[in-house]
Design a protein around this ligand. Structure first.
Ligand SMILES: Cc1ncc(COP(=O)(O)O)c(C=O)c1O
Length: 335
């Protein structure tokens, strides 16, 4: 396989790990060679979006060891989403076991260290019971798929241009924004497609109650650097990003002040650095955020050079993931 050509897209790998929940019990984990499953066309997942998912990565380290990054955090977040949907979820131990198994069964798809690529794990829960009544599913499939993904920016972070959402909201106040459930992503599809066509890397959403404060990007959290502060939104409708949680800790380790607070849109002009953070790319530096409704363009960084703090945070976090830096917070789980 040419690891340098990998992007972020579906590739058929060896096995998908599955467990079915029925009559109050999970079946033993099984590794299936076919990732097509047979479920009723009337399954709750297909009609009412009874679906929750996660995303995490496995890395081949500089020392040859294979590491999962904070899988326990993903297990907890999946449970939170499942509780919101009213469906069963696996315990942390079963979740981690399934992730490890997904890596092992697909080990020949785990990119080598030198490629700076990694293996993306997609654990998910879907309600599989046939139904027409609007109730939560009692029967659930838990599965973990493993797909090799590209290095994106490799060691060089490439600054991106984002579109400020002015005619679209991602999450309602007191709605589903903080849960990792399929419906949130369906709701942002049209706006995302339009933004991509216009050449934007992603969309920056505002709080939908007042549209005054920064919330997050379509599939990543927002952070900014001002002086010695790492600033990230305090909002009930953003996904609690595990990458952001880790960057907050690293920023504190660097001696920075962390501010979790409301970020008025006008403040975008005042930051030294702005970034999008998430599992897929770790950090995407943002050099411009365009508000087409007012014609204002917020210049939030250098088009060609990522900011120093973003670079240092990126190096430190990926260094931990690839076993190059000491894992002081015990984030990695070796397989
Ligand atoms: C809406 C949204 N926000 C933030 C993130 C980043 O979260 P994490 O760092 O846990 O991948 C993601 C990606 O999973 C996402 O979909």
């Amino acid at each position: 396989m040419d690891w340098s050509k990998l992007a972020f897209g579906y590739i058929k790998t060896n096995k998908i790990i599955c467990s079915w929940y029925k009559d109050g019990e999970w079946s033993p984990l099984s590794a299936e060679g076919d990732d097509r499953i047979t479920i009723s066309a009337l399954s709750g997942a297909l009609h009412y979006g009874i679906e929750a998912f996660e995303g995490l990565k496995a890395f081949r380290g500089v020392d040859g060891k294979v590491r999962l990054f904070r899988p326990d955090e993903n297990a907890k977040r999946l449970k939170r989403s499942a509780d919101f949907l009213g469906i069963a979820s696996p315990g942390i131990e079963m979740f981690v076991e399934a992730c490890k198994r997904a890596v092992i069964e697909n080990i020949d798809f785990l990119p080598p260290y030198e490629s700076r690529a990694s293996m993306y794990l997609r654990p998910f829960l879907i309600g599989v019971e046939p139904q027409i009544d609007l109730v939560s599913s009692k029967e659930v499939l838990f599965a973990v798929a493993a797909i090799p993904v590209g290095a994106f920016s490799g060691k060089n972070l490439t600054p991106a241009r984002m579109l400020l959402a002015r005619d679209h909201d991602r999450a309602a106040p007191m709605g589903t924004g903080s849960y990792k459930i399929g419906g949130n992503y369906a709701a942002s599809m049209l706006a995302g497609t339009k933004a991509k066509k216009e050449g934007f890397a992603s969309i920056l959403y505002l709080d939908s109650a007042e549209r005054k404060y920064v919330d997050e990007f379509s599939s990543s959290n927002f952070f900014a650097v001002k002086g010695n502060s790492y600033i990230t939104p305090d909002s009930p409708s953003v996904l609690p990003s595990i990458t952001n949680k880790s960057l907050i800790q690293l920023a504190e380790d660097f001696g920075m002040k962390v501010e979790k607070r409301k970020i008025p849109v006008e403040e975008l002009t005042e930051f030294d650095e702005v970034g999008a953070c998430g599992t897929a790319v770790v950090i995407t530096p943002v050099w411009e955020i365009v508000d087409k409704s007012s014609g204002v363009s917020y210049l939030t960084g250098d088009k060609d050079n990522p900011g120093n703090i973003s670079k240092n945070l990126y190096r430190k976090l990926t260094g931990i993931q690839y076993g190059e830096e000491p894992d002081d917070h015990n984030w990695c789980m070796e397989i």
